[in-house]
Design a binder for this molecule. Structure first.
Ligand SMILES: Nc1ncnc2c1ncn2[C@@H]1O[C@H](COP(=O)(O)OP(=O)(O)OP(=O)(O)O)[C@@H](O)[C@H]1O
Ligand SMILES: [Mg+2]
Length: 273
């Protein structure tokens, strides 16, 4: 039987200065991988925080696995990976400690961790390609390294749902691919993944489902169906060229003006040596 991980009906959330999310209707089935895209300030992080039980629901209904979403029900099912830029790593701790801290709160005897928990935490750092910095202070990590440590911390409890806020920002191509492969593995293991991204090509186009948000849901479906010039123009107010190739790939090219790119543009050069 398929279960509904999240169901939002007429969801309104704000920070006291007018609604940020205005009547969001969205249903996410358990095991789905969904990408939330939209312009800066459109409410992507707010939506993830509402799903994590951090931002309260002003009106409408929000349910997680068929129960009203509260801090407690969210805590039972959901792990949240914040945007790494919003994390202040001022507290002195190593990357491995930071991952194990994900286990805190699950047992009253914290913060001591068993050998298997320590091993599992280290294995997650290995899987994310950051085991080499396991003993380093989080304050000393690069943005991309911190991002992957935060992902490991969210996964250590083996949650039903992982919410990732811009998990691929600041990653080089190889690390980006590793994180996308990890998301694919999570999908295969039945974990629900909801992530945000600004990358319509590398990330959103790789996902089975993309939701365009602009305070409310503007488009929702397969990348092939919803990543279109019309939707991009409507959501971002910026012209773009969208190319769909025969293999089902979607490529979005930003345009400086509404028309075709200038024909006298210099051809791209490939440096081979
Ligand atoms: N803690 C807060 N207090 C007051 N306003 C906030 C708070 N957090 C976010 N906002 C406002 O809510 C709106 C939505 O912010 P949110 O962080 O959800 O956007 P976003 O789509 O994630 O943007 P970005 O792509 O830049 O991360 C913005 O106008 C923002 O200024
Ligand atoms: Mg955000």
């Amino acid at each position: 039987m398929t279960r509904t991980a999240f169901s939002a009906t007429g969801l309104v959330c704000d920070y006291g200065r007018g609604p940020v999310l205005r009547s969001v209707d969205l249903s996410i089935t358990a095991g789905e991988v969904v990408g939330i895209v939209g312009p800066s300030g459109c409410g992507k992080t707010t939506l993830l925080k509402a799903f994590a039980g951090i931002v309260p629901v002003r009106s409408g209904e929000l349910r997680v696995f068929d129960e009203p979403l509260t801090r407690a029900t969210a805590h039972r099912h959901v792990s949240y990976v914040p945007q790494s830029s919003s994390v202040n790593p001022a507290v002195p701790m190593t990357a491995l400690d930071a991952v194990m801290l994900g286990l805190a709160g699950r047992s009253p005897r914290r913060p001591t961790f068993s050998r298997p928990e320590r091993r599992r935490s280290f294995e997650l750092l290995e899987r994310l390609g950051v085991d080499d910095v396991a003993g380093r202070q989080v304050a000393e990590l690069s943005g991309g390294q911190l991002q992957r440590v935060l992902i490991a911390r969210a996964l250590v409890t083996e949650p039903d749902v992982v919410l990732m806020d811009e998990p691929t920002s600041g990653l080089d191509l190889r690390r980006l691919r590793e994180v996308l492969l990890l998301i694919r593995d999570l999908h295969r293991s039945g974990t629900t993944v909801v992530l945000t991204t600004h990358d319509l090509n590398w990330v959103a186009a790789q996902l089975p489902r993309v939701v365009f948000l602009d305070g409310t849901v503007v488009a929702d479906g397969r990348p092939l169906d919803v990543i279109t010039t019309e939707v991009i123009d409507r959501v971002y107010g910026a012209p773009a060229k969208v190319i769909h190739d025969r293999r089902g790939n979607v490529v979005v090219l930003a345009q400086l003006s509404g028309g075709a790119p200038p024909s006298d543009a210099a051809p791209a050069r490939t440096v081979t040596s």
